[in-house]
Each structure stands twice: as structure tokens, then as C-alpha cells.
Design a protein around this ligand. Structure first.
Ligand SMILES: [Zn+2]
Length: 262
């Protein structure tokens, strides 16, 4: 969907969810380099779009600067604190909480390398510019993003996903256009896993799928079928764990739903 170019009077516009786990979508000079708190982290697309994500521990204020040739523009954004709960999950297969079998550890290491390579993808484009749709038709959030987790009694990393409960086999659809960078049917932790690169460092993930309908290297349009909800990998029942990363930062994908700039 083409949108008319925005007014060029202001060389740096941003809008979005200025909260820990959120993001802003911005527009500036085409191909400008984007500095975040003084560090060059991303660049604008050919039509000037970029995204900057704020992780769970983002500071109260973030400075964004666009530089293009000798031109520069900056914006200082206030970031609200997120509210994160603590949740306990019991009854997970113990090998998915404290794996110790050498063969399994080797497999986990191989899979970590696959994921790292897929997350390192940097497609050029701005498929996030009209925000995300929910990946399922009926939305029931069973576990919110960012909660501290205790798995089978063992403290674990924060939950960097939004869990959407749905019956096994429910269709999962692409929330925005993008490039499939990983499509693996049986990862140890994630089960059936798909990663989609939406451009300029933004990559979404779909875990525990019972079926995959895409393959690596495939280009998706918004709304295309990705696969089906399942309970594969580290899961106690059928749900979609939906995740999002901007570069190495974990973001809350639900905060991009409806984030259209129009
Ligand atoms: Zn999850």
C-alpha cells in the first residue's frame, strides 16, 4: 500500500509506543543513519522510514538523531516504565528447563546458531510502517510480555513473548509483509518456529507451531498464512508465543498492533 510522502518540513518525525518494550516508527531523510543515545544503530529505508525499539530496561529518556551528509536532526523521547508481572509455570518437561544431556546440549547449541543467523538478517525495507495486525483472528492473551518467570520452580529469563491461547490448528497469519529467515518444524525449545524479517532490523517470531506453511527465503504479504498453532517445544498446551526483536533488543509485538502512522 503506497502512502503519499509526508511533509518534509520536519526532517525527523517519530510516533509510536514510548514505553519499555515499545517502539517508535520514524521518517527522515532517505538512507539517513540513525543514532540512538550516540550510537549508530540503524538507517532509514530508501523512502526514509526507520524503527527504534526500547527494551525492557530502556532508560527514562532516549535521544534519537538522524544524520545524512552534513545534515542532522534530533529528538529526545521520554520512555514510560513498563509493568511486568511474575508468573510461575509448573509441569514443563524438565529437559526444557534444565537440560543436561550432552547430546541435547549440542543440539541446543546448533539450534542457537541457526536462530542467531536468522536474527542477523537485515532486509532493506519498512514493512512495519503501517503497524502490525494480530497474527490470529481471536485474541486471548494468556501470558503478557516481559513477565519474570519461574519455570518448574527455577527462576528464568523474563518472558519475551506474548502468549495467545488458541486451539491446536488455528491459522497463524503474517502481521505485516516480510521475508522468512527461519522455518524449522522441531526446535527443542520453540518447537515449530518461523522468523520473519520486516526490514530495518525488525524481526518477528512464531513459536510452538503444529504445522509450518512457509519456507526459508519466502516473501510474505500481510495476512499470508504462516502455519498453525500447536504445543510443540517448551509448552504445556496449545498457544502461539509471539515475539519481536529490533536488532538485539526484545520488544513487545502487541505494541505494534494498530500502530499505523496515518
Ligand atoms: Zn511465550
Amino acid at each position: 500500500m503506497q502512502r503519499p510522502a509526508r511533509a518534509r518540513s520536519s526532517p525527523l518525525n517519530t510516533s509510536g509506543r514510548r514505553v519499555q518494550g515499545g517502539q517508535v516508527i520514524g521518517q527522515t531523510w532517505p538512507r539517513a543513519v540513525i543514532f540512538v543515545d550516540g550510537e549508530a544503530l540503524t538507517s532509514a529505508s530508501a523512502d526514509g522510514w526507520f524503527i527504534v525499539g526500547f527494551d525492557r530496561d530502556a532508560p527514562a529518556s532516549v535521544r534519537i538523531e538522524a544524520r545524512e551528509g552534513t545534515r542532522a536532526a534530533e529528538a529526545v523521547l521520554t520512555i514510560a516504565r513498563g509493568e511486568f508481572a511474575t508468573s510461575r509455570i509448573d509441569g514443563l518437561p524438565q529437559s526444557t528447563v534444565t537440560p543436561d544431556d550432552p547430546e541435547l546440549l549440542a543440539r541446543i547449541q546448533r539450534e542457537a546458531a541457526l536462530k542467531a543467523a536468522a536474527y542477523a538478517s537485515r532486509a532493506d525495507g519498512a514493512h512495519f510502517r503501517d503497524g502490525f495486525d494480530w497474527p490470529l483472528d481471536d485474541i486471548r492473551v494468556s501470558s503478557a510480555w516481559g513477565g519474570q518467570r519461574v519455570l518448574n520452580g527455577t527462576p528464568a529469563r523474563p518472558h519475551y513473548g506474548v502468549d495467545l491461547a488458541a486451539p491446536e490448528g488455528t491459522a497463524i497469519r503474517a502481521p505485516a509483509a516480510g521475508l522468512v529467515t527461519l522455518a524449522q518444524p522441531a526446535m527443542h525449545f520453540e518447537g515449530g518456529l518461523v522468523l520473519i524479517d520486516h526490514g530495518q532490523g525488525l524481526i518477528s517470531a512464531y513459536l510452538h507451531q503444529s504445522r509450518l506453511d512457509v519456507s526459508e527465503g519466502q516473501t510474505l504479504r500481510r495476512g499470508d498464512l504462516i502455519g498453525a498453532v500447536g504445543a510443540t517445544g517448551r509448552a504445556t498446551g496449545p498457544h502461539l508465543c509471539w515475539r519481536l526483536r529490533w536488532r538485539d533488543r526484545n520488544l513487545d509485538p502487541s505494541l505494534l498492533v494498530g500502530a499505523s502512522r496515518s
